[in-house]
Design a protein around this ligand. Sequence first.
Ligand SMILES: [Zn+2]
Length: 344
Amino acid sequence: MDSAAVPEPAEVSGGVWSVALPFPNPLGFAFSYVVPAAGGVLVVDAGWDSDECWDAFQAGLAAAGAGLDDVVGVVVTHVHPDHYGLAERIRASSPAWIAVHPAERPRIAEGEHDRVRAVEDMAGWLGQAGAPPSEFAELEADAADIRSRISMVVPDHDLVDGQAVPGTEDALVAVHTPGHTPGHLCFHDRQRRLLFTGDHILPRVTPNVSKRPQSDVDPLRDFLGSVRKVRDFGDVSVLPGHEWVFADLDARLDDLLVHHDERLAEIEAAVCAGAGTVWEVTRAVTWARPFDGLRGRARRSAIGETLSHLYRLAVAGRIRWVPGRPDRWLPASGTAGEQRADIA
Ligand SMILES: [Zn+2]
């Protein structure tokens, strides 16, 4: 599958540099950003853990006029491996600390047992989704890969909503934007009028918002709230975790809200047409690439995305949820043993 070309390091604004780090995904690369700070530079997001990325990261630092000795801290939007991968290598080779939102900490494995459990949890989740036996075989084949992607790198500091990033004289502020992950952060650079958005807001791709083990109860509710939340930042340049830097934040936020409204309507219609399990609904709706061609993580992301919408619809009373193995999802009218989604 074609991946986007990896751009050269570039100065985005006022000494802030973007450094694209390649990773094995159709998105092609994830951005690290190098930001001037007291005593050196901060790094926002830390790419994928590979020798190729490590070399590219150091070349990017050099382009920005810095070296590893200058890195005072690494702040990450979330602990997915394309944003957190190099954090440990950077910390081990520099004076840097690592900071994340505390809601990301439960998603960092404390030992191999946590990695094994993550795969077991996913098998249980596929069962509840009504996935066929072939999906379990594929999960088994993927298990080593899944385990290896769960980080065991323990951060040094927490950053919560509204907190200034140390060393930035209050110019860079953490903004909690749960949805893509429970502890996702954006970073607002007030002086330069920049918003680092990680995977919360991308210029073209809609971030995956999945309900699955270790997600929040209602991740789509959280995500939509986080989309509205970043409207407050108005006229900023958006520095996302992938794709490209862009300017018209409001238009992109409108697109995302419309996208999910349409998605909710499509999924509600699929349930009304008789699709009754997450698996059946996932197969009934349209994806950017045909579902049958999706494999492994991409396929599980589609299932998780469908479930986050089903849950939101059930909470809103637009469909009914009958918990079980598998869970059943039914049109809103009717009475057979259903239960409203249990949430405030
Ligand atoms: Zn990402």
